[in-house]
Design a protein around this ligand. Structure first.
Ligand code: PEP
Ligand code: MN
Length: 339
């Protein structure tokens, strides 16, 4: 249930209402908007009498929220959430690009790529240290030493780092070392993992599951938010369809749809959607045109010899061309490119 307070309502009136709902066993999320305060009630609201609340002179409007997602719902929080990471920010008109290799392979590789993508305008560095691979015989990532190499690249460039967490056992390590924690497509519905990252203070980049609906995806964000971590960035990375030509099908509709359903920022990963380097640029531009808040792009300094996802990785030179076009389109969309 959402309660919109009249503009100018005094704080003590709001506090009184909040205390009343808390006594009824409900949790109350408070959003202070530009011109009004919104109370979002979470829990069993069946006993809450809408007519009674509406008689309160400070209450402008009361709405029942039929969707199962509450904290992630735009009705709870009409304004865009802006996720801040160091000097970068994503959402609410701020556009950031996350770039880097699929996996961290060596100090030279990650530092070189970090310098290159930063020079082209990327705001955050990505690189997998723990890799979710379809085959147990494929390269599984460098593990913890990979995290330390990411930290070296961060020290060299100042770029915040984004990397995937697969197991709750590394939560503390990631909390200590990583700036944005990625939950991969395959773990989007690993509810125990979602609950654990919900207790951390770092922003979470939540990738859409291979065959997940918008609602299932937002419900996974809700799991994280229900534990207290409201800094969730949604990432559309292509879904399974009948088409086998591409690795996945980029669902461009997800951008306007999910941004209407939720206030959370939506970034797009054209690399895993396409699975082919030459398709990354047109898909990236389509994502910007459709209203994405950022991009996640795989870049490698030697794609032919990459340990993972070389076929979809851009060279630093190609990434620069892409960034020039993306920047122009971000401008045209009236957004601010964060570097
Ligand atoms: C990745 O970002 O390298 C990755 C494995 O992504 P996804 O979970 O979207 O497949
Ligand atoms: Mn990859």
């Amino acid at each position: 249930m959402v309660i919109v307070m009249r503009p100018g309502t005094e704080q003590r009136e709001i506090d009184k209402l909040v205390a009343q709902f808390q006594l009824q066993g409900l949790q109350v999320g408070i959003t202070n908007g530009v011109d009004c305060t919104i109370l979002g009630l979470v829990g069993d609201t069946t006993a809450v009498d809408i007519n009674k609340i509406s008689t309160n002179k400070q209450v402008e409007r009361v709405m029942r929220v039929s969707e199962p997602y509450k904290r992630a719902n735009r009705k709870f929080h009409p304004e865009d959430t802006v996720v801040k990471v160091g000097s970068a920010s994503i959402g609410g008109g701020n556009f950031s690009v996350i770039a880097g290799p699929c996996s961290v392979e060596s100090e030279k590789q990650i530092v070189e790529v970090a310098r290159d993508v930063q020079a082209s305008g990327a705001a955050l560095l990505r690189g997998g240290a723990f890799k979710p691979r379809t085959s147990p015989y494929s390269f599984q990532g460098m593990g913890t030493p990979g995290l330390d190499l990411l930290l070296e690249a961060k020290a060299a460039t100042g770029m915040p780092i984004v990397t995937e967490l697969m197991s709750p056992k590394y939560c503390q390590l990631f909390e200590d070392k990583v700036d944005v924690i990625q939950i991969g497509a395959r773990n989007m519905q690993n509810f125990d993992l979602l609950k654990e990252v919900g207790k951390l203070s770092k922003p979470i980049l939540l990738k859409r599951g291979l065959s997940s609906s918008y609602e299932e995806w937002i419900m996974s964000a809700e799991y994280i938010m229900s534990e207290g971590n409201e800094n969730v960035i949604l990432c559309e990375r292509g879904i399974r369809t009948f088409e086998t030509y591409t690795r996945n099908t980029l669902d461009v509709s997800a951008i306007p749809a999910v941004k209407r359903m939720s206030h959370l920022p939506v970034v797009v990963d054209p690399s895993h959607s396409a699975g082919m380097y030459w398709m990354v640029e047109p898909l990236a531009l389509a994502a910007v045109a459709a209203g994405a808040d950022g991009l996640l792009i795989e870049v490698h300094n030697d794609p032919a010899n990459a340990k993972c996802d070389g076929q979809q990785s851009l060279t630093p030179e190609h990434f620069k061309t892409l960034m020039d076009k993306v920047s122009a389109l971000v401008d045209l969309a009236g957004k601010r490119m964060v570097k």
